[in-house]
Design a protein around this ligand. Structure first.
Ligand code: IDP
Length: 139
């Protein structure tokens, strides 16, 4: 299992609000290198699959609707201790609780439209990266 990679999405709110460049800049300045990246959009089926773990949660349908509301940027990132360091860089799920200077603190609109996704384990980083990218799409 790789421990130096994580997977991120810049979510529809942040792309629509023009924050893609600033978010990527913050990610790269924090020492992550981009190993794969694409601008794409999620179908209802794909968003449901990606967030299948939250299927029983009350916010699931709204989350799928939000994640299909516009383009997203998906990327695989590399850095030592990538998963943990990236979760620190993005901050808490609820931007009201996210530490000052974190990506969600600066760019998120709400607990749902919270600007970015970051994998929560090495295992999920590998699964999520493969969900979006084939071997030919990675460097
Ligand atoms: P994470 O993205 O910080 O790991 P998770 O608990 O895995 O947070 O939730 C996945 C996504 O679901 C969140 O990033 C957010 O977009 C949405 N979400 C989480 N909790 C809520 C909630 O209470 N209301 C609405 N949306 C939520």
């Amino acid at each position: 299992m790789e421990t130096n990679k994580t997977f991120t999405m810049i979510k529809p709110d942040a792309v629509a609000n023009g924050h893609t460049g600033a978010i990527l800049d913050q990610i790269i300045k924090a020492g992550f290198s981009v190993k794969a990246m694409k601008l794409t959009s999620l179908s209802t089926e794909k968003a449901g699959q990606f967030y299948a773990i939250h299927k029983e949660r009350p916010f699931f349908n709204d989350l799928v609707k939000f994640m299909t509301s516009g383009p997203i940027v998906a990327a695989i990132l590399e850095k030592e201790n990538a998963v943990e360091d990236f979760r620190k860089l993005i901050g808490a799920t609820d931007p009201k609780k996210a530490e000052e200077g974190t990506i969600r603190n600066k760019f998120a609109e709400s607990i749902e439209a919270n600007a970015v996704h970051g994998s929560d384990s090495d295992e999920n980083a590998a699964i999520e990266g493969s969900f979006f990218f084939s071997a030919f799409e990675r460097v």
